[in-house]
Design a binder for this molecule. Structure first.
Ligand code: HEC
Length: 144
């Protein structure tokens, strides 16, 4: 019969082995570097879409305001918007909906990079205008 200490030691060793194996395989298959890995557990958003949209609006305003002040920290608002869009794509199964949400995500990522890496605020502003079209396209199609 195993005593508790021994069972615990075996359990911990097992967990460590699983963790190492998982890390190792994702390093080989390159999953760790993916920006938007497909969630394996079936991701479900918890936030109502109207609230998600409220924060799309706030993040976008903050981004525009930061860009007008040429503030490098505005990249954070772009990252937030990218993640909100990422979550939004799980609010519908419709391909065009998901497409626009993904476009918004990718556009916001590009803006974050333009601010952080290039510090090109004029280009960031131009990209924001393009992003606004993406908001509009989805709103037009979904009657908002
Ligand atoms: C992929 C689709 C999609 C994209 C992209 C999108 N929205 Fe929306 N948005 C919606 C839908 C659908 C609604 C209607 C909300 C509802 O009733 O579920 C909405 C509603 C809103 C609302 C009103 C929320 C309320 O209180 O009723 C605001 C504000 C908003 N969006 C802002 C934005 C901004 C800003 C962007 C771009 C930065 C954006 N949205 C991009 C789908 C989208």
């Amino acid at each position: 019969m195993f005593n508790t200490g021994r069972k615990l030691a075996l359990g911990v060793t097992g967990l460590v082995a699983i963790t190492i194996a998982t890390r190792w395989s994702s390093a080989i298959f390159g999953q760790e570097s993916a920006i938007n890995p497909t969630p394996s557990g079936g991701f479900k958003p918890t936030t109502p879409r109207t609230s998600l949209m409220h924060w799309h609006d706030r993040a976008f305003d903050e981004l525009l305001e930061g860009i007008s002040r040429k503030d490098g920290e505005s990249a954070e608002a772009a990252w937030l918007l990218a993640e909100l869009a990422n979550v939004n794509s799980f609010h519908s199964e419709k391909p065009n909906y998901r497409n626009w949400a993904d476009q918004l995500r990718d556009g916001a990522i590009e803006i974050a990079d333009t601010i952080r890496k290039k510090r090109d605020f004029d280009r960031a502003k131009a990209l924001c205008n393009k992003l606004k079209d993406t908001c509009k396209r989805c709103h037009d199609a979904y009657k908002f």
